[in-house]
Design a binder for this molecule. Structure first.
Ligand code: AMP
Ligand code: MG
Length: 491
């Protein structure tokens, strides 16, 4: 391009320490992003950069574009793609990063380790028949939703930058190519373990487990049975994650085992969307014909995915396979009760109840039944209830609702804490703003036409989901002809 490469590492503060490359080489392939012809920066997340002790402010636009397209590789980075497998809609497949490169692990002085990964950066040894590329719409979609999830307080991978590649990518039409820079506490998936097991190499599974444990759960190193403790911890963080998804009406859409992160972060934003009208069977993904990944099925699927992880870990639980199977069954049998407990506690918080009392589960399910029957908007109903006054909208004027409301008031007065604290608890758990699908689609369409203002405005609002928002267009569920009920994988 006729420009000398600048010293990104020194200027931006990168500190690469690629611990994954010290693992057996079966788990990855070193390979470079393919260069692109005319990279152009679309968006850079300065706040995220700051929280990673990185500073891009002295770089010119052109240098940023060269960096985040993978055209220029900073000193110390040794890009690689990860091998993994996965159960996709229940079927086992060997996969791997087919269009992603980890630029490196950035280690801060505070000891935080971040994978910095390009998505859409060209073919890798795992591309199979794919072109290794991504398009602007889906990469911006991941940016919007992952950053919204972060602001909602839900563990997630994050988005540092999006660049246009200047190249067209052929999908259902010719679309603008783009690369997302994703930041994750790691990219180790349930599918990474399945890959190691598929190599018939117990030592490899053990090495991977020890690595994941040191990286994510160092405090359980002292347990008497490390593999069992590891599995329990992964299960517990998955339960916390799904409970959080349920809280805000999030539907991941493609909970294959390769899209479930061991760290407990939400990963791989494809056909995901937030529910508008409350209906437990809500599905957005165009390929999820059977509703396998429907809103209310997500806990069951997490448990199913964890069973796949348990199968891989069996040889590590105990030397005796029968004992191992018993360990796995016992832990997995706890899933439903643990989930139910945490889910009920979470729903109670959404209703401003601190400590669970008998009858609370009924109070919650009666409200949900009413919401389903009346096509109530999930987000707005809970937000309406979080106001000090009784909500005065037509939809709440029925006898049935008033009766429920009275019961709830009586129960709220049984809290040891006063009503003000109860309302605060509600406001902290019931967002006003979620990235509603019709708005996501609208801002993406504008961006693809070259107008980024709606995207930037939307991102600014999504930063403060629990604050009252004066711009009603972000609060309103879609009217019928605005509704976008299908999402796509976006490969
Ligand atoms: P996903 O459905 O996004 O989780 O992707 C499933 C698998 O397909 C992963 O191994 C991806 O790396 C791979 N993949 C998706 N899109 C492409 C592409 N355009 N080229 C190569 N591999 C891809
Ligand atoms: Mg994936």
């Amino acid at each position: 391009m006729g420009r000398n490469m600048i010293d990104y590492t020194r200027h931006c503060g990168f500190n690469f320490d690629n611990s994954y490359l010290r693992l057996p080489s079966a788990l990855y392939s070193q390979c470079m992003p393919s260069s692109v012809c005319a990279p152009e920066l679309v968006i850079l997340n300065d706040e995220l950069a700051q929280s990673m002790a990185l500073n891009f402010s002295i770089l010119a636009q052109q240098d940023l574009a060269m960096l985040f397209s993978g055209n220029h590789c900073p000193q110390g980075a040794v890009p690689f793609s990860q091998a993994y497998a996965g159960h996709q809609f229940g079927h086992f497949t060997m996969l791997g990063d087919g269009r992603a490169h980890i630029l490196g692990e950035h280690l801060t002085k505070a000891g935080d380790r971040f994978d910095i990964q390009f998505k859409g950066s060209g073919v890798t040894p795992y591309s199979r028949r794919g072109d290794g590329r991504a398009t602007l719409g889906p990469m911006l979609r991941e940016y919007i939703i992952s950053e919204a999830m972060f602001a909602l307080g839900i563990p997630t991978t994050r988005s540092l930058a999006v660049v246009l590649t200047g190249e067209d990518v052929i999908r259902e039409a010719s679309l603008p190519g783009a690369i997302l820079t994703r930041v994750a506490s790691s990219h180790i998936r349930v599918g990474t373990f399945e890959y190691a097991a598929a190599k018939n190499d117990v030592a490899l599974v053990n090495t991977l487990m020890t690595y994941a444990l040191n990286r994510h759960f160092p405090n359980i190193k002292e347990s008497s049975n490390i593999a069992v403790a590891f599995f329990r911890t992964v299960m517990s963080s998955q339960i916390d994650l799904i409970v959080n998804w349920m809280r805000v009406g999030f539907i991941h859409g493609v909970m294959n085992t390769d899209n479930m992160s061991i760290s407990g972060e939400t990963i791989d934003y494809g056909p995901c969307a937030f529910m508008n009208v409350y209906n437990p069977n809500t599905v957005y993904s165009s390929i999820d014909h059977m509703g396998r990944y429907a809103y209310a099925n997500q806990a069951t699927i997490a448990q199913w995915n964890l069973a796949r992880l348990a199968e891989v870990l069996l040889p590590l639980f105990d030397k005796n396979i029968d004992n191992s199977i018993q360990f796995a069954q016992e832990i997995l049998a706890d899933f439903s009760e643990l989930f139910q407990q945490k889910w009920t506690q979470m729903m109670a918080s959404k209703l401003g109840l601190f400590k669970l009392e008998s009858g609370d589960a009924q109070l919650i399910s009666d409200l949900l039944d009413w919401m389903k029957k009346n096509n109530a908007d999930y987000t707005n109903t809970f937000r309406d209830l979080s106001q000090i006054e009784k909500p005065n909208k037509n939809q709440y004027h029925s006898k049935e609702f008033s009766k429920w409301f009275e019961r709830w008031q009586v129960r709220r007065h049984q809290n040891k804490q006063n009503l003000k604290l109860s309302t605060r608890l509600m406001v902290q758990n019931n967002p006003a703003i979620i990235p509603r699908n019709h708005i996501v689609e609208r801002v993406l369409n504008s961006a693809i036409q070259g107008d980024y203002i709606p995207l930037f405005d939307f991102l600014a609002v999504l930063k403060f989901p629990y604050k009252d928002c004066p711009q009603s267009m972000y609060l309103m569920p879609p009217v019928p002809d605005e509704d976008v009920r299908q999402t796509f994988c976006g490969t």
